[in-house]
Ligand binder design. Structure first.
Ligand code: FAD
Ligand code: NAI
Length: 506
């Protein structure tokens, strides 16, 4: 009835207000101390990174049982699944960034955050050298950053290593100099700026000039989910919004997606790959598969196209904006760490860990997410589940350590027996990590998405279309960390639905 709907609405609003209030006014946290209440020494946990793995770990860790320091050059968590929506203006970058300090203040015990980059891990002495780079200060009215970086060294009992991966350029000449990436928040805003620079510059050139055509070619290299989602978002932007304010641009502006393999989205069901190709065709995204990029300069992508008969042909693709989405590579710090541990000598594609995410060959370092090489794919879903698992393992580790401490300090046989039983009970519940794949989702443009959903081993469903798009959106809203971000993202979508996307370069 109307009354029931009315009161549920009111209750919903009150709950939302309470959540917003709670998030913006965190309560008291227990301070860091050397000893726990039972007299046992508190261990120092250093977390490297503020991405999916690190933040999922921090959220679930009982921070009253450890002294926790989190170190990351990025003082926010970035919700990467919505990053491809930023260059088109569908999502405001601030809506998908959640401050590390806000997250750290929601935990029960005090957490120290240091904005710094880890430069060196010394597993032997259990130390990490960290550096705070951006010592920016004003000279006249400009920022400079010429001061020497600040360095310090942290000791750890446990290191939680979650620094993610970097972009793999495969050493292709010109990528680092001329292409943008889509990995970090500033990458997404830089792509938007480049897009607008090229559009505005093209207006000065005659309609039939080759240079104008080049400037209006938005080229994405790499047909994994990052490349596909970005191409789809940019095409939507051109067709749905730019065409209203720059009439005719939809006929002139091209979106090209280059992929070395025969298919895009190779991890999806073949039905969904075919569906994506159809949607791209219908939308006019120029999909160039079997095309391997070899070199890039300031105006052209040089590639080799493999014909169906196996013959190859060198082709040149002029571009205005170029985005490289060729996948992941390990960070220098990760390679450096691997080189210090004999058991990691074969770890070329990422750190090797055991079933409890402990580094092979070291008892105090745990690694998770994209910096590791496991049977699981390098996704947010995996890093998140690993973070939650590891926090639970650490919570149990702390309990076990406390019980052992009490056993060591007790002379009472009865008491020791009871404690040993408790220890065995905890050990029994401390099971190895098992990844539960819940499926993959990708946006493919024109309010359509593809989804490969799984429920355990027994069912997999391949879905594509508009309903999947709404599922895609609701899944992401549920996954977004804080209530503030959920509200921002939903209001971004509403704004776009009502007013369309903004057509200015901020
Ligand atoms: P990250 O989240 O990358 O975090 C690494 C952290 O380490 C960062 O905070 C970084 O600043 C910090 N760091 C780096 N170097 C250092 C250092 N030297 N010292 C200290 N800190 C350091 N996955 C999905 O499952 N679904 C999706 O829809 C999806 N969409 C994506 C869209 C895009 C555009 C991208 C790029 C990725 C997407 N992914 C998605 C993949 C997902 O983002 C990654 O798998 C996930 O971020 C990995 O988590 P992580 O914690 O290992 O690394
Ligand atoms: P990716 O590794 O999935 O795809 C990179 C693509 O670039 C590959 O298809 C590869 O063949 C192509 N490529 C490499 N070199 C090339 C060359 N020289 N010329 C042409 N093409 C070339 O990388 P991506 O998309 O950045 O994803 C990284 C990880 O993040 C993956 O694990 C992915 O599953 C995950 N992710 C998941 C998303 C989702 O679930 N919606 C969205 C984005 C990323």
């Amino acid at each position: 009835s109307f009354r029931a709907v009315f009161w549920s609405g009111i209750a919903g609003w009150c709950y939302l207000t309470y959540l917003v209030y709670k998030e913006s006014n965190p309560g008291k946290q227990l301070p860091q101390t050397d000893l726990k209440d039972n007299g046992n020494k508190k261990k120092h946990v250093v977390i490297l990174g503020s991405g999916w793995g690190a933040i999922s770990f921090l959220n679930k860790l009982d921070t009253t049982q450890y002294n926790v320091t989190i170190v990351s050059p990025r003082n926010y968590f970035l919700f990467t699944p919505l990053l491809p929506s930023v260059p088109s203006g569908t999502i405001n970058i601030k809506s998908i960034c959640d401050s590390v300090r806000t997250i750290a203040r929601q935990t029960p015990g005090e957490v120290t955050y240091l904005e710094a980059i880890a430069k060196d891990v010394d597993p032997e002495n259990k130390t990490v050298k960290i550096e705070h780079k951006s010592q920016r200060f004003f000279v006249g009215d400009a920022f400079t950053s010429e001061r020497d970086p600040l360095e310090t060294t942290l000791n750890y009992d446990y290191l939680v290593y979650a620094v993610g991966a970097t972009v793999n350029t495969f050493g292709i000449p010109g990528i680092n100099e001329y292409a943008s990436f889509l990995k970090e928040a500033n990458d997404a805003t830089a792509v938007r700026q480049k897009l607008f620079d090229q559009i505005e510059a093209s207006r000065l050139l005659p309609k039939d000039s080759d240079d104008r055509k080049r400037l209006l070619n938005f080229v994405v290299c790499g047909g994994g989910p990052t490349g596909v989602e970005l191409a789809a978002e940019i095409k939507d932007y051109i067709l749905q919004d730019l065409s209203k304010f720059i009439p005719g641009i939809e006929k002139e502006m091209k979106v090209t997606l280059i992929e070395a393999q025969h298919n895009v989205l190779s991890m999806f069901h073949p039905k969904l790959i075919a569906y994506t190709k159809d949607v791209f065709k219908e939308q006019g995204v120029d999909l160039q598969v079997d095309t391997m990029v070899k070199k890039v300069d300031d105006q052209n992508v040089y590639a080799t196209y493999k014909h169906p008969n196996g013959e190859t042909e060198d082709i040149t693709i002029p571009y205005g904006t170029l985005v490289w989405a060729g996948g992941n590579a390990q960070r220098e710090l990760t390679k450096q760490l691997a080189s210090k541990i004999i058991e990691q000598k074969t770890a070329r594609r990422g750190l090797l860990v055991d079933d409890y995410l402990k580094l092979d060959g070291d008892d105090n370092i745990f690694a998770l997410g994209d910096c590791t090489f496991t049977a699981n794919p390098p996704t947010a879903q995996v890093a998140h589940q690993q973070g939650v698992f590891l926090a639970d393992h650490f919570n149990k580790l702390s309990k076990k350590n406390d019980i052992q401490y009490l056993i060591n300090n007790s002379n009472d046989e009865n008491e020791i027996n009871k404690l040993n039983k408790r220890l065995a009970r905890i050990e029994k519940t401390d099971k190895p990590f098992e990844y539960i794949h819940q499926g993959a989702l990708a946006y493919i443009g024109s309010e359509r998405a593809v989804a490969d959903l799984s429920w355990g081993d027994w069912s997999t469903v391949a879905l594509g279309g508009t309903m999947t798009f709404f599922f895609w959106r609701s899944a992401y809203v549920t996954m977004l960390l804080g209530i503030r971000n959920k509200i921002f993202v939903v209001s971004d979508w509403l704004k776009v639905a009502i007013f369309g996307r903004d057509c200015s370069q901020e």
